[in-house]
Design a protein around this ligand. Structure first.
Ligand code: ZN
Length: 432
C-alpha cells in the first residue's frame, strides 16, 4: 500500500515538475543537506520503524575471501542530463522504486548508498524485531549475522524533507504475517553514505589527485589514531613531501577524549589524507569464534561516528592486528592488510643500560629500515601514530624515497591508478 502511495507521490511530483517547466525547484520538498558534518545521535533508532510489509528476497552469498587484485575499474554511473523532460520520463513501474530525483530518474538503492549503510540499517532492524516484535529475523537476507547484505532488499526508498524512508514489503523480516514496515533515517546521517547528491549528481568521494601514473606509488597507512601529539607532526612531514596517507582511526577515541582528538581527524582529512576505520575499540583478535554481533557493532559504530566526524563514511577498514577470519567475507567494506610494516610496535622494552631516548633512536632506525625494505610500487605500508620517534623516522623515509621519485598516495588513489575496484568483504595487501 505504502509503496503504491509513494510511487503515486513520485509520479505526481514528476508531473508537477513537467507542468512547472521542469524547473529544478520542483524538488524543493527535498532538503539539501549541508556539507557540515552531521550531528546525528548514534542510537539504535528502532523508534523510527513503523508497521507494515511482504516479499522475501533470497541472498546471494559473497564469493570466497581471496583478494582479487586485477578487477577492472567499474564504470561511473553518469546520470542522464536531458534538459527537457518529456512525459515518458516517468518511472518505469517494473523498476524497483527508488528516489525520484531530478526529471524522475531512478537511482537504485544499491547505487545510491554505500553497502556499509545497509549494514547499519540491518543491525537496527535486528534490534527492532528482537525487542519490539519479539521475533528474530529469520530465513531471509535480513538475518544479520549469517547472511551477507543484498541491496535488492532495500530497493524501496524515498527521500523527503529531512529523512530517508525505507519500505519493506511483505513478511520479509520475520517470515510471519506482519504489515508493511517503513524505517526512517535522518537524512543528515544518511548523506554521509550517499553516492549521489539530491540533484542526482555523483558525489566523488574520496578525492583522487591527478598524478603521473608511470611513477612508483606507495600508500603509507597509520593505525590507531587519532593521536593529538603525533598526528600534527606526521601531517607536517607528509605535507612537506607532497605526500598523502591513510589514517585508520579507532572511533572510540573520537568519543571518549576531548574535542581536540576529533579535530585532529578533521584536520588530517582537510589536508587530503584519507580516513579509514580501525573499528570502534580495537577489539578484534585472530579468533574464528569471534562474536558476530560484536563484529557488526564494532564496524557499524565506527562507521557512524567517523561519518559524523568527517561528513563522509569511511570507505575502507583495517582490522586490528591484520585480523582476517572467514566470517569477514560478510563485512560491508573492503579491508586492508599490508605488504610492508614498520614493526614499530616491536622491541620497545628498554635494554640494559638503555635510556628511553636511546630506545626511541633505536626504534627510529628500525622503522626506517623496515619501511625502506618494504618500499615498492603498489606497496601498502603499516605504521602507527603511537610512537614519539615516528615523525623523525617518516622524515628519513620520505627523504630517501623522494630520491627514487615515489609518489605517496592514499589507498583510494593507489587503487584508482592500479585499476583495482575493491570489493566488500575482501582483503587486500599489495596492489599491482
Ligand atoms: Zn591497531
Amino acid at each position: 500500500m505504502i509503496k503504491s502511495y509513494i510511487k503515486l507521490t513520485v509520479l505526481a511530483l514528476c508531473i508537477a515538475a513537467i507542468i512547472a517547466g521542469c524547473s529544478k525547484n520542483t524538488a524543493d520538498d527535498v532538503k539539501h543537506p549541508s556539507s557540515e558534518p552531521a550531528q546525528t545521535a548514534i542510537t539504535a533508532g528502532e523508534e523510527n520503524i513503523t508497521q507494515e510489509v511482504t516479499a522475501v528476497q533470497e541472498v546471494t552469498p559473497t564469493q570466497d575471501t581471496a583478494p582479487t587484485e586485477e578487477a577492472a575499474p567499474t564504470e561511473e554511473i553518469t546520470p542522464t542530463e536531458e534538459a527537457a523532460p518529456t512525459p515518458e520520463a516517468t518511472p518505469d513501474p517494473d523498476l524497483p522504486f527508488a528516489y525520484g530525483k531530478k526529471w524522475c530518474e531512478v537511482i537504485p538503492a544499491s547505487e545510491m548508498f554505500l553497502e556499509s549503510y545497509f549494514a547499519i540499517i540491518k543491525e537496527r532492524l535486528q534490534t527492532y524485531t528482537d525487542e519490539i516484535i519479539g521475533e528474530t529475523l529469520i530465513n531471509s537476507s535480513f538475518a544479520l549475522y549469517d547472511t551477507p547484505y543484498n541491496a535488492a532488499d532495500y530497493s524501496d526508498y524515498d527521500i523527503a524533507d529531512d529523512k530517508v524512508i525505507f519500505t519493506f514489503s511483505g513478511a520479509t523480516l520475520t517470515g510471519s504475517e506482519h504489515p508493511e514496515f517503513t524505517y526512517e533515517c535522518d537524512l543528515s546521517e544518511a548523506y554521509a553514505f550517499m553516492q549521489y547528491d539530491l540533484d542526482g549528481n555523483p558525489i566523488h568521494r574520496p578525492e583522487i589527485r591527478e598524478l603521473d601514473a608511470s611513477k612508483k606509488m606507495i600508500a603509507l597507512t597509520f593505525d590507531d589514531g587519532p593521536n593529538v601529539d603525533i598526528d600534527p607532526q606526521l601531517d607536517e612531514v607528509l605535507l612537506r613531501h607532497n605526500a598523502r596517507a591513510t589514517f585508520f582511526i579507532n572511533a572510540s577515541r573520537c568519543v571518549r577524549v576531548p574535542d581536540s582528538w576529533t579535530d585532529s581527524v578533521r584536520n588530517l582529512k582537510a589536508h587530503g589524507h584519507e580516513i579509514g576505520s580501525h573499528e570502534y575499540s580495537h577489539l578484534f583478535q585472530n579468533k574464528e569464534d569471534y562474536d558476530r554481533e560484536v563484529i557488526w557493532t564494532e564496524v557499524n559504530r565506527s562507521n557512524l561516528i567517523l561519518a559524523d566526524v568527517t561528513g563522509e563514511a569511511p570507505q575502507y577498514l583495517r582490522l586490528p592486528g591484520g585480523c582476517n577470519i572467514e566470517y569477514f567475507k560478510y563485512l560491508p567494506m573492503p579491508y586492508f592488510y599490508w605488504s610492508g610494516a614498520a614493526a614499530d610496535w616491536e622491541n620497545r622494552t628498554l635494554k640494559s643500560g638503555e635510556t628511553k631516548e636511546d630506545m626511541y633512536a633505536r626504534k627510529e632506525d628500525a622503522t626506517y629500515n623496515n619501511v625502506i625494505k618494504g618500499a615498492k610500487d603498489g606497496a601498502i605500508i603499516l605504521m602507527h601514530v603511537n610512537y614519539p620517534e615516528e615523525p623523525a623516522a617518516l622524515e628519513r623515509i620520505l627523504s630517501t624515497l623522494d630520491k627514487e621519485e615515489y609518489i605517496y598516495v592514499t589507498l583510494s588513489e593507489l587503487l584508482y591508478y592500479k585499476g583495482v575496484t575493491p570489493e566488500n568483504g575482501k582483503q587486500y595487501s599489495l596492489i599491482k
